[in-house]
Design a protein around this ligand. Sequence first.
Ligand SMILES: Cc1cc2nc3c(=O)[nH]c(=O)nc-3n(C[C@H](O)[C@H](O)[C@H](O)COP(=O)(O)OP(=O)(O)OC[C@H]3O[C@@H](n4cnc5c(N)ncnc54)[C@H](O)[C@@H]3O)c2cc1C
Length: 419
Amino acid sequence: MPMEQLGFETIIVGGGIAGCTAALLLARAGINTLLLERGSQAGSKNISGGRLYTHALAQLIPDFAATAPLERHITQEKLSLINGDSAVTLDYRHTLPCSHSLLRARFDPWLMEQAQAAGAQCLTGALVDELIVRQGRVVGVMAAGEALFAKTVILAEGANTLLSEHAGLQAKPAISTMAIGVKEVLALPRERLEERFLLENDQGCAWLFAGQPTQGKVGGGFLYTNRDSLSLGVVCNLSSLTDSKIALPQMLQQFKQHPAVQPLLKNTELREYSAHLIPEGGAHSMPPLCGPGYLLVGDAARLCINTGHTVRGMDLAMLSAQTAAETLIAGQEPLHYPRRLQQSALWALIQQYRRLPEVMLQSPHWFTRYPQLAAAVLQEMFEVNGSAPTPLRKLLWRHARRIGLRQLLKDTVNGMRSL
Ligand SMILES: Cc1cc2nc3c(=O)[nH]c(=O)nc-3n(C[C@H](O)[C@H](O)[C@H](O)COP(=O)(O)OP(=O)(O)OC[C@H]3O[C@@H](n4cnc5c(N)ncnc54)[C@H](O)[C@@H]3O)c2cc1C
């Protein structure tokens, strides 16, 4: 179809991080781009735990720090195994300039503004109802009863891939490859927050929890400090939830009551509550990334990795969108996009963690018995009651035998290999 009849060179479905990144790069290259976002504003339908690794943003907008509405520079990492009334916590302070907390309701509109300033047309409140497919090629979209045509459609619709599934471009994902997260944003005055978390200026804390938050199911809890609020939530694998005695919102409420968490939330006020899917199946769950007339980016391509100590979806959304845009800017057909991705750092990362999702599902002890083990060993180490303490080697041996040495060895080796 000649360009004059197309209307647009590229239509992007979805104004999240992936969609806005692609729109910005395409517009900068002078490509006639339309982005359609169903929310009343960018970010209104999006949630994240709230920590962005900024390397991809720095490539996209080198001076982002001057204008991007980021919350706090993460200088404090905490990882806790929580169980019963106890918590075993690793606390690491640093000055690595690699990540910030953020709130999507502030960040996404800013990113969309950058795309608009570069010349992209971005429409909010614009739900795409379906894709237009002619002779096996995606040639446009239907939105509000109107047919819009383009040479290429970028699908940046996020984890809930209704459009691409409906058009037969990808199958419904297996529930074992998906997680669901619930999150609250809790307001807390800045001075109190800084006092409570021992922070200064724009320093921030990222805290991940395993064990009690998901009641031993595959997943975990998170807490990020923002300027004057906390982002707190629980994420749980969907297949693991099917036999859970309690639902995810209740898990969050019980997590909030844990003695290690409750004091952190004192006198906070609920500002937002949201729930969202997360594609966590890794390399083995990825759909075909392109076809005639279309490309998939970000969560729609199931590019999200949760390693237990890092959660990375937003930077991967930016990187995949960047590769998709570069493919189109080079005048190449979508089928060149996967090849380009395979040569990128993103691909190396996806491959590195390809076994992790499966290993986590097959080793439930990481979420049940290992948090208990850590708490039990430390309790005996720190308890002073007048009798002679058990030597550490005996203590470790006793607890290790309870779990089973073979099981412990298997989980350790598999865990190490998958990381
Ligand atoms: C609880 C939780 C915690 C997380 N924590 C982190 C974290 O700390 N760090 C991190 O890097 N990642 C995190 N993630 C993952 C991260 O949020 C995603 O990987 C990231 O948002 C993917 O960006 P995206 O642009 O692909 O999709 P999204 O941000 O979901 O954007 C998709 C957009 O498409 C729009 N859309 C969908 N369908 C249509 C349609 N038919 N028509 C028009 N518009 C449509 C939606 O409204 C939405 O705006 C977390 C996710 C969750 C749920």
